[in-house]
Ligand binder design. Structure first.
Ligand code: ARG
Ligand code: ZN
Length: 862
């Protein structure tokens, strides 16, 4: 039989939310013993199982074979049904002991127990525990864990697991052991262990009720000096969660471990968070200000999961947004409280628009509570996380701070120690506030970004303004017909002449498809400010003129709305220019100039406000994306802003140098604006642009200044560019996280030859296919670089397709995340669309594809 012509044995079957059934057996206790070795780790599991329904005991496994199975001390009859181990048990309570052998160093998927950089560590969410031990690997089976780790003491001096350390000691042959006990019942996805030669940054935190918590951040010895920021963030987050949500930490220990090979950001394992090292390590020489923020946000996020995720977990994986949406909302609130709330909101919306809106408008669109999946790993998406957070935020806006807090308290009280559903959360909010969230629940069921059309008429003699709102929720795969969804829209009217707010801001509930709101006593032509603070995750369509938008960009007193007006003005201008090639750029140039000159604005805000929208976002505004036309318009506006305001940029560039290397918010804001100014100076084509950037590169006292100089140089074809990239590589040759920046900056460069550079970098000795950070920094970054990826030759598509095939053999989860850019084929012209589809089909024809990649490809082809 010729296996090359064999299609996928059978398309993997989807799991349906509607099929949920409670577990037939519960496992209140489990004792696990690990005899750790990278090539051959022996695991013994002792499961106390208790009957909860009719049927045999079915335990999930993935690539496991049992060495032995005993029931109540006696060798048992058992069978495999696919990957499940099945044992018929006569009674209602038994002790089942299972032994398996696994090979962590052969585990390149980075799910289950694996080796990274000399460490042994685990990742179990969502379904990695079944690669370690046979178990009912579902989040509604909560067990108390007692863990013994045994390993060679020289190679693995540090042995960590969840909960409290209860004992350790010496064994023959240079081996030692450590015992850990977690008093809180938890689902298997929260199990973790780490073994290795690690150094620790120790600190402590005293909780509101006076309990001392030992904190530890565990890293390689040479990274110890880079853990201070993460520790600071952790302590700040612990205090914040007590103050804002009334949530105290519940164990005597909280450990964080940094590992270099990790499939995503970090993992909230009970008492033992495991992190991608890029979200732990930071010092001024190697981390940008943005990296500092990302570290603090992720540390807080994982810490907050201790309540929203661990104390109250998810009944099934369809409820994933219950913990992720809520926890992202909590980390957004936390970060907003640490610095400028306005700038934080702008950044969050940028992320939503760059990552979630395209998902919601494409073949992989799904509601924040999906109805089915083939591989749950594919559902750790911007929709579940970021749109999920927006849905929680809308409830916060509708209920108000106090009622929202009462709802959250009720939710934690009611469901502590259990596995809950999204519906439980909404019901708690409803019960605590008395607010009817009946139709609001549609946000959990319906995918797609609603479009809200807003038209404002002014009746001057009557002194009345009438706002007409109209809502459309677009069709998405499997959901052709949608219902209008209730949403809070924060609205204000500004007087065109007076420049002031005519009425206090109102929060209008748009409850149906159409709505009219009448404003009385309006004495001058009003300008509409709508969806202020981005109160609803929707697209607003209005007929506001360039003049109105420029006016709002100068006068709106809601910083987000002010930013948004400028963005909309830029988008309208660029879309016009894409169509005509000669749009009037003057209003944007004047508005940017005014923003730069406004002394009342903080530099960090100005930096956000004057940046052009991403090219990909512009593409999203067009019925058919023409990447070359977008690039041409974008370059024209960027060049014109640079050239016409060159004196302003130079003034800002010089003035912002006063921020120096300070890590305080003010210094960081100034560095950010200075970097934006440098970008515009280089984009202006000024003869000294590359030299100026190179001088900044050489003088830089922080990674932020070094990185912005490098980013500016990456746009140019210059000797300075080549020299700076070579110097950067040489300087950081032994720091993988910084080398990621070297790859990423080149992959994101807005240049026509980026595709050549990327193909060359894929053959670079530092391009390591087994490290997800490296893959994301080259391949992931390239695939979101619209002008490079959509090169008319189709080379970009082929490069990505080849990468998906190659990476899938190593790490299916990471490979699957690279598929979505190809799935956007229907948005492009016929020639590109055909090439993209052909690439998806070619990859789908590859033998032995993972179900991760299979699901993404088959859904992308529609
Ligand atoms: N719960 C983790 C977090 O958001 C992420 C786990 C991601 N798992 C995955 N299979 N992608 O904090
Ligand atoms: Zn999370």
């Amino acid at each position: 039989m010729d296996i090359r012509t064999q299609p996928l044995a059978a398309a993997p079957a989807p799991v349906l939310r509607a099929d949920y059934a409670p577990p037939v057996w519960q496992v209140p206790e489990i004792a696990l013993e690990f005899d750790l070795d990278p090539a051959r780790t022996q695991v013994t599991g002792r499961l106390s199982v208790v009957r909860a329904g009719d049927g045999p005991l079915r335990l999930d496994g993935d690539g496991l074979t049992a060495d032995s199975v005993m029931v109540d001390g006696v060798a048992a009859d058992w069978a495999m049904d696919g990957d499940q181990l099945v044992v018929d048990l006569p009674g209602n309570a038994h002790l089942v002991e299972i032994r398996v052998t696994i090979a962590p160093e052969a585990n390149t998927q980075l799910m289950g127990l694996y080796a990274s950089d000399g460490l042994l560590c685990t990742q179990c969410e969502a379904e990695g525990f079944r690669r370690i031990m046979f178990f009912p690997d579902r989040p509604d089976v909560l067990a108390r864990y007692a863990v013994r780790l045994v390993a060679d003491r020289a190679r693995y001096p540090v042995l960590l697991s969840n909960g409290d350390h209860v004992d350790s000691g010496t064994l023959p042959d240079g081996r030692h052991y450590a015992d850990w006990r977690d008093p809180f019942p938890k689902p298997s996805y929260l199990f973790a262990l780490v073994a290795g030669d690690l150094a620790v940054n120790r600190d402590s935190f005293v909780t509101g009720s006076g309990k001392v918590v030992e904190l530890g951040i565990w890293v390689r010895e040479h990274d110890l000096g880079r853990t201070g920021h993460a520790m600071h963030a952790l302590k700040t987050a612990m205090a914040w969660d007590e103050r804002v949500y009334g949530r105290e930490y519940d164990l005597g220990v909280f450990n964080i471990v940094a590992v270099s090979d990790f499939n995503f950001g970090a993992m909230e394992n009970k008492g033992l968070n495991i992190f991608n090292s890029r979200y732990v390590l930071a010092d001024p020489d190697t981390a940008t200000d943005q990296d500092y923020d990302a570290v603090a946000t992720v540390v807080a996020h994982e810490y907050f999961h201790n309540w929203s995720g661990n104390r109250v977990t998810c009944r099934d994986w369809f409820q994933l947004s219950l913990k992720e949406g809520f926890t992202v909302f909590r980390d957004q609130q936390y970060s907003a409280d640490q610095g400028s709330a306005a700038v934080k909101r702008i950044e969050d919306v940028r992320v939503l628009r760059a990552a979630q809106f395209p998902e919601d408008g494409g073949p992989l669109a799904h509601p924040i509570r999906p109805d089915s999946y083939i591989e749950i790993s594919n559902f750790y998406t911007a929709t579940i996380y970021n749109k999920g957070a927006e849905v929680i935020r809308m409830m916060h806006t509708m209920l108000g701070e106090a009622a929202f807090r009462a709802g959250s308290d009720l939710y934690f009280d009611r469901h502590d120690g259990t596995a809950a559903t999204c519906e439980d959360f909404v019901a708690a909010m409803e019960d605590a506030s008395g607010h009817d969230l009946g139709l609001f629940r549609l946000w959990y069921r319906q995918a797609g970004t609603p479009r809200v059309h807003a038209a404002l008429d002014f009746d001057a003699p009557g002194g009345r303004a009438r706002l007409r709102l109209q809502q459309v929720v677009p069709a998405t795969p499997g959901q052709p017909d949608k219902q209008a969804m209730p949403m809070p829209l924060r609205i204000a009217l500004f007087g065109e002449v007076s420049g002031t707010k005519l009425l206090p801001e109102q929060t209008v509930m748009l409850d149906g498809a159409h709505q009219e709101i009448l404003f009385e006593g309006i004495g001058e032509r009003p300008v509409l400010s709508i969806n202020r603070g981005f109160s609803a995750p929707v697209t607003i369509e209005s007929d506001r003129s360039a003049a109105d938008l420029a006016f709002l960009s100068a006068h709106d007193d809601d910083p987000f709305a002010r930013y948004e007006a400028m963005q909309q003005l830029m988008v309208d201008t660029l879309v016009d220019d894409v169509a005509t090639g000669n749009a009037d750029l003057a209003p944007v140039i004047a508005a940017v100039k005014a923003t730069l000159a406004d002394p009342a604005l903080e530099p960090a805000f100005v930096a956000e406000a004057v940046l052009l929208p991403f090219e990909a976002y512009l593409g999203d505004q067009m019925p058919v994306v023409d990447p070359q036309a977008v690039t041409r318009a974008w370059d024209r506006l960027r060049g014109a802003l640079g050239a016409e305001l060159i004196a302003d940029w130079r003034g800002v560039y010089a003035g912002m140098a006063a921020g120096g290397n300070s890590l305080e918010a003010a210094g960081r804001g100034m560095r950010r604006l200075r970097g934006v100014a440098l970008g515009y100076i280089v984009a202006s084509g000024a003869a000294d642009g590359p030299a100026l950037a190179k001088a900044q590169y050489e003088a830089a006292g922080t990674m932020t200044d070094r990185q912005t100089a490098l980013t500016a140089l990456a746009m140019t074809a210059s000797a300075e560019r080549d020299a700076a990239f070579a110097a950067f590589h040489a300087r950081y040759a032994d720091n993988a996280l910084v080398l990621d920046k070297w790859f990423q900056t080149q992959a994101l460069a807005p240049r026509s030859d980026t595709i050549d550079v990327v193909e060359r970098l894929a053959r670079h000795p530092d391009f390591v296919m087994t490290n997800p950070n490296r893959l994301r920094s080259l391949v992931g970054a390239f695939a979101v670089n619209q002008r490079a990826f959509h090169d008319p030759s189709g080379r970009g598509y082929r490069f990505l397709g080849d990468m998906v095939v190659a990476i899938d053999r190593i790490n299916p989860q990471t490979a699957a995340k690279l598929v979505p850019p190809l799935g956007r084929w229907s948005r492009f012209d016929a020639a590109r669309g055909a090439m993209m589809r052909a690439e998806l089909e070619r990859v789908l024809g590859t033998e032995g594809l993972s179900k991760d990649v299979f699901e993404q490809l088959s859904k992308s082809l529609g």
